[in-house]
Design a protein. Structure first.
Lengths: 486, 129
């Protein structure tokens, strides 16, 4: 029995030739194009080869032919399972759609003892009655949480500073766990806190209920305290002490941190990353400011443009790659999220990079007053007086009224990247997302004019940069693969 | 059979004062206009040219029309543009038209396959109902 087909088999001209599978392409540089298939697998190819592929002139014996076949860009008589295989990959990428809303954000208080000029949620400093969520509101919101069909439910407590209303967090966690004895979902809790008010009692409760902590760390003390002023000027000190205490109580991997880039950060990306390394984090999320809340009012958002932020980001990424070369495992989280889309059939569920947009169908916000918003950014916009993405209220609307509202569905349909101008043809669309709230806030249109969109410019630049880095250096590709594997 | 078309996108810089498109913006702006000897681009469609144009709509506004089997494309910079920059943009635009044309060919050829794959992909999700 012959174990392999004879060599003549591969040299023969294909009687039926090959068929193209759906793919999109974009120029990467002067000589190369990026091709992506429906599942987001990508390859690089020259213009001549692209034309030869499209004109059915590729020879079956060429290495490029086999590569394109393996990555589902073409189909011939030898690959009769290719369509089903590609369909399985597409289904895997989109599986979160069927699961529906997994992230439920409770704004338990809009009060905060910090006074950050870049605060995107427009915190309030007083009037507990007006800006704290009530138990009645929380109970009604929890009813909606468990109406979601998602087998995994993450309840995230946000503010303001949510620890200012910790008694309510305690109630919600207790109610949710009790209810989950019947529901049997994969239930997870996160508190997004600046840690200034953390206490042993709170940590004991978090340990007992396996609550994750997400905090803010903007960099070295002077930068962090400048970005995040509070009475006493000791935000950094409280944050790092809180991180250590929380790690000791909950475990190292139960505490994460986020940074926000301000104008003062721009020339200090290495110091910021060093600060994360110093405090034992194995990753950082280099985040630009968003166009909401006080960040707009104080003009901090307008203090740098996309090009300048990209310069900051590239410099930071280069430094992180250097750290990895020296033997330290350290990842950039935004890159890792995108790389997971590029290198695996899985989607990470990161709400800003989803299409259809994650608004409402991946994440939803229950505001302190009971209003329900399509995303965290939607409630930020509401505090600025624009309630476009208010879906209803836990007090007056049913689950069906909120999640099947024409307003939400119209927004999701209109902004769907697969049919949006420019996005529909874009090779990077499988890695990208629709962000209707951002485009509404910046351009007054949920679809957005992509040639002038900072969202588009920022993400396209990052996609190109990551692919170029992987193309240029195998060691970088190995490093990126490790980030995705984690 | 598709009609043979051409893209006119040569460059001539001139005082646009009086132009109905630009006079309200500022005088003395460069304007692109179709030259009489236009490069020919066979078999493309006005839809392809419009798709290519959209990508440049952050820098240029367009007047696209079809006359006597030719596609005439006039480009009006949104802000002052040096001739060198205008030439570079024109070159990139021409390449983008070629890319869009190829995208159309691939999309047309693979449309049934794309639908079949999506049908397979969604067949067991319950979402199709």
């Amino acid at each position: 029995v012959a174990r392999f087909l004879p060599i003549e088999h591969f040299e023969r001209p294909l009687a039926a030739g090959y068929r193209l599978l759906p793919f999109r392409f974009a120029r990467l540089n002067d000589t190369e194009y990026v091709l992506t298939n429906q599942a987001g697998e990508f390859t690089l190819i020259t213009r001549d080869a692209l034309e030869a592929l499209a004109a059915h002139r590729l020879s079956m014996g060429a290495p490029l032919y086999q590569d394109l076949k393996a990555k589902h860009f073409l189909l011939d008589d030898d690959s009769d399972v290719a369509i089903e295989l590609l369909a399985v990959k597409v289904r895997t990428k989109l599986r979160r759609l069927a699961e529906f809303t997994a992230l439920h954000i409770f704004v338990v208080s809009l009060r905060c003892e910090h006074a950050c000029p870049y605060c995107q949620v427009s915190r309030q400093s007083d009037d507990k009655a007006a800006f704290d969520m009530s138990r009645e509101t929380a109970a009604k919101a929890l009813d909606l949480v468990f109406r979601s069909p998602s087998p995994a439910l993450k309840i995230e407590f946000q503010g303001g500073e949510p620890l200012l209303n910790f008694s309510l967090i305690r109630d919600i966690v207790t109610w949710a766990e009790h209810r989950n004895l019947q529901e049997r979902r994969r239930l997870e809790f996160v508190i997004a806190t600046n840690l200034a008010l953390i206490s042993e009692d709170i940590l004991a409760f978090c340990r007992e209920h396996q609550i994750l902590i997400s905090t803010s760390l903007d960099g070295p003390p002077d930068l962090h305290n400048r970005n995040r002023p509070r009475p006493g000027g000791n935000s950094h000190e409280l944050a790092v002490k809180g991180i250590e205490r929380a790690r000791a109580a909950l475990g190292r991997d139960r505490v994460s941190a986020l940074m926000t880039t301000t104008e003062a950060s721009l020339n200090r990306v290495r110091e910021i990353i060093d600060e994360y390394v110093r405090y034992g984090f194995d990753s950082i999320f280099l985040r630009p400011l968003s166009p909401y809340g006080f960040a707009v009012k104080t003009r901090w958002y307008a203090s740098y443009d996309t090009d300048r932020w990209l310069q900051f980001y590239r410099e930071g990424l280069a430094y992180i790659i250097e750290l990895n070369r020296s033997g330290l495992f350290f990842a950039e989280q935004y890159a890792a999220t995108i790389l997971a889309k590029m290198l695996t059939p899985f989607d990470t569920g990161y709400v800003d990079l989803m299409s259809p947009a994650g608004a409402g169908i991946a994440a939803v916000v229950y505001n302190y007053d009971g209003d329900v918003y399509a995303s965290d950014e939607a409630r930020m916009l509401a505090e600025m007086g624009d309630k476009t993405f208010r879906l209803g209220s836990v007090h007056t609307n049913s689950y069906e009224q909120i999640f099947l509202s024409e307003h939400l569905l119209d927004t999701l349909e209109a902004s769907f990247a697969g049919s949006a101008p420019l996005c529909a043809d874009c090779a990077f669309e499988p890695f990208c997302g629709a962000d209707p709230v951002y485009h509404h806030a910046t351009q007054g249109d949920v679809v957005g004019h992509k040639p002038t969109s900072d969202f588009c410019a920022r993400n396209m630049a990052i996609f190109r940069h990551l692919i170029t880095l992987m193309r240029s250096d195998r060691e970088i590709r190995r490093t990126f693969t490790k980030w995705v594997a984690v | 059979m598709q009609r043979q078309s051409s893209i006119s996108a040569g460059v001539s810089l001139e005082n646009a004062a009086g132009s109905d498109l630009l006079s309200s913006v500022a005088p003395l702006r460069p304007r692109w206009r179709a030259p009489s000897a236009a490069p020919r681009c066979r078999y493309t469609t006005i839809d392809v040219v419009k798709r290519a144009a959209y990508r440049f709509s952050d820098r240029v506004s367009f007047d696209i029309r079809q006359e006597n089997g030719e596609i005439i494309c006039q480009m009006y910079p949104l802000s002052p543009m040096a001739e060198e920059e205008a030439q570079a943009l024109l070159k990139t635009f021409r390449n983008e038209v070629l890319d869009q044309d190829l995208r159309r060919v691939i999309a047309d050829e693979t449309a049934p396959m794309r639908n079949a794959i999506l049908a397979f992909a969604f067949s067991r999700t319950g979402l199709q109902n």
